[in-house]
Every structure is written in structure tokens, then in C-alpha cells.
Write a protein that binds this ligand. Structure first.
Ligand code: NAD
Length: 332
């Protein structure tokens, strides 16, 4: 359905973001102004004259930014992602509805989590470099069978369940913890304490909220098995990175796979290869042989990007047509 051409501002644009939005925008009747800059109080003014803003995970949608958008006529905030921890929902309430893409491909994220686990455990990152130098030694490359190991999944929503299915396929024992355990998954639900005590691998798949900030910290790490692997494809601030770094140094944590990092917003998605990274904790983590960091990449599949574009434009359509917005973020 076409509603006449409406102007939309799109922040933090990378070439891969544009592919599916460009394919679909005319059909939906939108003119999209793409900005490479992230949305911040400084760049919010770019959206003057736009009816909606499309934003992403590392944009700053604090009250200050939202106020500038609102005063300049923006009516709708469309997150092109699932998480909305970077949006001041309280401030937006009653001014600008916030919509999101609750599920675009749980497979993309869950498969990336498993990919990181396999890479770290079997040292594929090292093996790959060695062989390129014709170094065919196997010393230091020993991993362990995933079969029979216990994986603790924190947050058993769409991605957590998909990851659980993948782990089942590997013959692993899956323990789950969720504020709202699902009834139909076959996941063995236990307390958070049991997850920490019993898991060989812990994978985070819950959203970041004010209640679980730094849930992986010095204390919780001390209750984990020595040598535990920690995978985080959810949000960086679920982990106290300094505590993780110390635990990696002293061997309490065996390895960490991090697709997200608490201070990622100024670094991730950008080429910083010519700059000196000022974040000593991140630099140290990256330097460790048993740490794998990817740049918030877990979502990046063709299927996910196509779904993101379709659902985001459908969300805009619903708002402008005055229809029910099924993907509106509601404030509790
Ligand atoms: P979802 O809403 O389907 O599932 C989240 C689950 O977490 C729900 O079952 C919920 O009850 C549970 N939960 C909420 N608070 C919790 C807590 N404190 N402790 C334990 N469980 C809790 O969401 P999803 O689609 O599975 O996505 C999960 C998270 O993955 C998102 O919030 C987002 O942060 C992250 N994510 C990352 C990427 C990436 O590219 N790395 C992409 C998409 C999503």
C-alpha cells in the first residue's frame, strides 16, 4: 500500500544496510535520507523535515536526542533491531511511538554464537593462520568434545531456544534460565545459581535491563566452574568486562566469545585500524588467545537484513495508516 512519499531519516548507515531498504522503499512510498553518522544529540537535527527516524543498536536515543527529534517534527522512532535498551522509552511515551523488529532471524544470532564457540574451542582462528604460513603443527590446538557437555542458556526467547536446538543437535545437555520459562521447549529450567555452578559453557540471550546490568561479575564468576566458556551475543553491559578480563587472566574463565562489548558504541561497525584503541580492557581482551571478539556481527545474514527492511517498513506503514502497531515497544 502506498501512502504518498514520506521523508524518513536513517542513521548509522553502512552499505549492507541499504540493499534491502533501497529495494523496497519506493513500493512503500518512502524517501529515505541515509546518514553515516550515528544518531546523537548533535546529529538529531539532520532529521528536521523527516516524519520518522530509523535507528540502530549504537545510536543514542536518550531524552536529549528524542527531544530534538520531537521538536523538529519527527513522529515515529523505528528501531531496525530487536533491542531498545538505548532508547529512553519513558521520555518517548506519549510523544513518539517506538517500534522495533522483534524477530528477524534468531538463526543468524544463534548460529553465530555456535560458530564462535566452535572456533574458540577448536582453535580454528589459530589453525587458519598457522596453515597459511605452512605451519602444520598441532601443538596447542587441542579442544574438547561439545558432545555431553552442559550448556547454560540465560534467556530462552527466540534466539536462546534456537541456540538450544543447535546445542541439542551436538548432543549437549541444555540448562535454561529465564524470568518466564517456556513450557513447550523441553529445556531443563534451573535457577541462575545452578546455571553458574553446573555449566561448562554459558551463553547469554536475555535483553539488557536495569535489573541485569553486570549480571556476569566478580561474584557470579566465582560461582562458575573453573575453565567455563562464556558466550555473549546479547548486550555488552550484561558482563563486567574488567571482572571477565581478570578471570581470564587467572584461568577461572577458560575462554570468552564476545560479539558485543559494553563500550562498543564508539568502536564497533567502524574501521579503527589506523587509530590507537584507548580502551585498555578491550585491547587486552582482544590480545588474549582464548578470547574471540566480533564486531556485533551476529545479526549479519542476508535473510536477517531482508527481514529487518521488510518489518521496519511495515512498521512505518502501520503507523502512517493509523493501524495497530504490533511491534510497538510498550512501556511497563
Ligand atoms: P526474546 O525477547 O525472544 O527473548 C528474550 C528472553 O529473555 C525472554 O524469554 C525473556 O523472558 C528473557 N529475559 C528477560 N530478562 C531476563 C533476565 N533478566 N534473565 C533471564 N531471562 C530474561 O529476544 P531474542 O530475539 O531472543 O533476543 C535476545 C537478545 O539478543 C536481544 O535482547 C538482544 O539484546 C540480542 N540480540 C543481539 C544481536 C546481535 O547481532 N548480536 C541480534 C539480535 C538480538
Amino acid at each position: 500500500m502506498v501512502f504518498g512519499v514520506r521523508k524518513i531519516s536513517f542513521y548509522d548507515t553502512k552499505p549492507y544496510d541499504r540493499i534491502y531498504f533501497d529495494e523496497l522503499k519506493e513500493k512503500h512510498g518512502y524517501e529515505i535520507e541515509y546518514y553515516e553518522e550515528k544518531l546523537t544529540p548533535r546529529t538529531a537535527i539532520f532529521a528536521k523535515g523527516s516524519e520518522a527516524v530509523i535507528a540502530f543498536v549504537n545510536d543514542d536515543l536518550s531524552a536529549k536526542t528524542l527531544q530534538i527529534l520531537y521538536e523538529n517534527g519527527v513522529k515515529l522512532i523505528a528501531m531496525r533491531c530487536a533491542g531498545y535498551n538505548n532508547v529512553d522509552i519513558k521520555y518517548a511515551h506519549g510523544k513518539m511511538p517506538v517500534v522495533r523488529v522483534p524477530a528477524y532471524s534468531p538463526y543468524a544470532v544463534a548460529e553465530h554464537a555456535m560458530g564462535m564457540l566452535l572456533m574458540l574451542n577448536r582453535k580454528l582462528h589459530k589453525a587458519c593462520y598457522r596453515v597459511k604460513e605452512y605451519n602444520f603443527s598441532l601443538n596447542g590446538l587441542m579442544g574438547f568434545d561439545l558432545y555431553g557437555k552442559t550448556v547454560g542458556i540465560i534467556g530462552t526467547g527466540k534466539i536462546g531456544r534456537t541456540f538450544s536446538n543447535i546445542c541439542n543437535g551436538f548432543g549437549m545437555r541444555v540448562l535454561g534460565y529465564d524470568l518466564y520459562p517456556a513450557k513447550d521447549t523441553g529445556i531443563e529450567y534451573v535457577s541462575l545459581e545452578e546455571i553458574y555452578e553446573k555449566s561448562d559453557i554459558i551463553s547469554l540471550h536475555c535483553p539488557l535491563t536495569k535489573d541485569n546490568y553486570y549480571m556476569i561479575n566478580k561474584d557470579t564468576i566465582s560461582s562458575m566452574k573453573t575453565g567455563v566458556y562464556i558466550i555473549n551475543t546479547s548486550r555488552g553491559s550484561l558482563i563486567d568486562s574488567e571482572a571477565l578480563m581478570e578471570a581470564l587472566k587467572n584461568g577461572k574463565v577458560g575462554a570468552a566469545a564476545l560479539d558485543v562489548y559494553e563500550e562498543e558504541s564508539d568502536l564497533f561497525f567502524e574501521d579503527n585500524s589506523d587509530t590507537i584503541i584507548q580502551d585498555d580492557i578491550l585491547a587486552r581482551l582482544i590480545s588474549m588467545p582464548n578470547v574471540l571478539v566480533t564486531s556485533h556481527q551476529a545479526f549479519l545474514t542476508r535473510e536477517a537484513l531482508q527481514n529487518i527492511a521488510e518489518v521496519t517498513l511495515d512498521n512505518l506503514d502501520a503507523y502512517f495508516a493509523g493501524e495497530e502497531m504490533v511491534n510497538e515497544v510498550v512501556q511497563h
